[in-house]
Design a protein around this ligand. Sequence first.
Ligand SMILES: [Zn+2]
Length: 415
Amino acid sequence: MIYANRLHHEGVKKILLIIMDGLGGRPSGLLGGRTSLQAAYRPNMNFLVRNGIGGLMYPVSQGIRAGSDTSHLSILGYDPRVVYTGRGPFEAMGLGMDVSKGDVAFRANFATRADSGFISDRRAGRIQESTDELCRAISLNVGGVTFEVKPGVEHRAALVMHGDHLSSRVSDSDPHEAGKPPLDITATVDSAKRTANVLNQYLERIRKILDDHPFNRDRVSNGKLPANELLIRGAGMAPDLQDFQSKYGLRAACVAGIPMISGICKLMGMDIIHAKGVTGRLDSDYESKISSAVKSLDNHDFVIVNLKGPDIAGHDGNPLAKRDVIERADSAYRQLVSLGHRVVISITGDHSTPAEYGDHSGDPVPILIYTENGRKDCAKRFDEVSCSRGSLRILSGDLMQYLLSVSDITEKYGA
Ligand SMILES: [Zn+2]
């Protein structure tokens, strides 16, 4: 890719990229055969696509059921097939944990280990109480490595190892089914042997702490399953990402709905903007997020926004809630329609989360790109169907290059 170093060049437009998480959908019987986006009242997105260009974007590649992490990496021009080593660090960032270069992170479950040493329940009866206290009790230093555990939803948690010369090339302790003992961690390459050893020491140490912890004694005396084993899986290394500004020559900021996305942008060296009000939820304050993003354009060249709501409604299997949250976002986009003289605006999704499917699907996502005096095409409304009449068919990994060219930042390739 060819990028210029025309930093803050006069007349070059800035870029605002809005990712509506899980935006794409499928026809819903509850919406008369329309998708949630088609059913939404969305005058502002329709204005932007009608006066700009539309199309479909394939997250990562055609037919890939991308995660939010791999998709955001790809959209920002970092190939997940190169930089992504496992879900662990992204799940940990999602819980607000600090994951720095060289750290190794795992997804974790509190489970029940029976007296036989075998796992009797991989979810410890799905814990309803906060495991915060339990996580603190097993956050400790073993063999020169600091282990940090943070609670997720119910029985879920994340484990981060902070230390020198760690490796993510290690196996899971999670046997992935009940009726088996937790597995010893093994190194899959020689250089990971020390990491595997210290992990085994750590897991042995915390078994005693968990067995004796008042949280578990209480559970047992109340007839509940104890959370006396931490099963870990999905080891990953925090990726060493090239600084966004040195990659593109753009000062960048992120207004994110969820810590995982702000964590990814932080690894790229972007400024993280915290909009006021609740965030990462169906009832997030989109007015404040969009106004924070617009304000951030004053002292940044590139601003990315993630709105989590559509994905949440999609996972909940609720096409009406998804329609409603899209309408709320569109109403906040009223702030964008007058910016076209100085900003290139792009709105898309990181993947589809059809409410009928309840999870990420491999369907492409609608995309629009609008700027004053830019090209126009035959996409007249912003949805999965009308955008298929637009001019864009783009892989997420090419989006940055495309946006840079629309903002007149790219160098000529050749003479
Ligand atoms: Zn997502």
